[in-house]
Design a protein around this ligand. Structure first.
Ligand code: ASP
Length: 341
């Protein structure tokens, strides 16, 4: 049997950074140096090719154009390669993994995002394990077909569904979690795949890359004391088409009249408002408390147990698809890529 072909896509991030000798700040460096630092890659049972952003970026500079670049690289190489590993800074990796999960329709091959908390050249680096295991995961096959057929995120011994993740720690090697969905795989002495949780897409359809993402969206986190002029400024902004509202607990918000009236008016003007919880885990259940029943009544969309990262990218994606307003809510409330329960 021939070895699987894996494409490594280097976008930037700490994994390939070096310290600037003058300032001491971390900055991206040439991808070729990254490969020199990991001779172990040659021992893996797959063929590896690499492609790099011309100018690698810190993922704090990630934007929709770069997401399209990643999607294009995958599309252009989709037939030749069995799996893709995207090296990406950890800061916005959950956003990118979520966005790509929506952009890559009918994906039937693994796209594994990974990065590291310490640069590859650091003695105590977490980069090598993250990179090597991500490549192994992307290489897994069953009857000659890829085992993983979705966008995943691998970090510190765990493979997560990409659009279920969130970055939770700026210092620990365990930087990510998947609050509402089990891990897809765990790496220890053995590489244990939780096959029951892997996405099982309908096969036989060609990969379709959706690059129309609408960025006229925003995220607003509620807090006690939020004022009318501030919410009004957001909701009456000329360009806004969608808002992810981070509410309390199971999707609760103030019942003050001005608040509900502003939401009601905005929704009537065609703005989509999605309710997600600002809790670290759990689901929005509008109607469970009096403090969320009014949101449901004016037409706020339930984000259920979606992460904020997946909610904002799903909003960009669905608004970009020009879906009829009549169907928008029910489509948003449906799991398209396993992003909600
Ligand atoms: N600032 C870096 C980035 O997101 C952090 C990292 O790579 O982990 O690109």
């Amino acid at each position: 049997m021939s070895k699987p072909n894996i494409l490594l896509i280097y976008t930037g991030g700490t994994i390939g950074m070096v310290k600037d000798s003058d300032t001491g700040a971390l900055k991206a460096f040439d991808f070729n140096n990254l490969l020199k630092r990991i001779p172990e890659l040659r021992l893996l049972d797959c063929n590896i090719e690499t492609v790099s952003f011309d100018t690698p970026i810190d993922s704090s500079n990630m934007n929709t154009k770069y997401w399209c670049d990643i999607a294009d690289i995958i599309k252009d190489n989709y037939k030749t390669f069995d799996g893709f590993v995207v090296l990406h800074g950890s800061d916005t990796m959950s956003y990118s993994a979520s966005a790509l999960s929506f952009m890559l329709e009918n994906l039937a091959k693994p796209v594994i995002f990974t990065g590291s908390q310490l640069p590859i050249g650091d003695l105590r680096t977490d980069a090598k394990e993250n990179l090597i295991t991500s490549i192994q995961l992307a290489s897994l096959q069953k009857h000659g077909n890829p085992l993983i057929k979705e966008v995943g995120l691998y970090f510190e011994y765990k493979l997560y569904r990409g659009n279920r993740t969130t970055k939770i720690n700026a210092e620990h090697f365990q930087a990510f979690t998947s609050p509402n969905f089990p891990n897809l795989a765990e790496s220890g002495v053995h590489l244990n795949i939780n096959k029951d949780y892997l996405l099982k897409p309908i096969l036989g359809q060609d990969l379709k890359v959706n690059k129309r993402l609408d960025t006229n969206v925003a995220i607003l986190k509620l807090f006690p004391g939020i004022s009318k002029p501030i919410l009004e400024a957001v909701l009456t902004s000329k360009l806004i088409k969608g808002l992810v509202l981070e509410t309390y607990g199971a999707g609760n918000a103030t019942t003050e009249r001005w608040f509900i009236e502003l939401l009601d008016k905005a929704i009537k003007r065609g703005i989509y408002i999605v309710n997600v919880t600002q809790c670290a885990g759990g689901s929005v259940r509008m109607g469970q408390y009096e403090t969320s029943a009014h949101l449901e009544k004016v037409g706020v969309i339930s984000g259920k147990d979606i992460t904020t990262e997946a909610a904002i990218t799903k909003l960009m994606y669905l608004i970009g698809q020009n879906i009829s307003p009549l169907n928008f809510q029910s489509i948003f409330e449906t799991a398209l890529r396993g992003e909600m329960t």
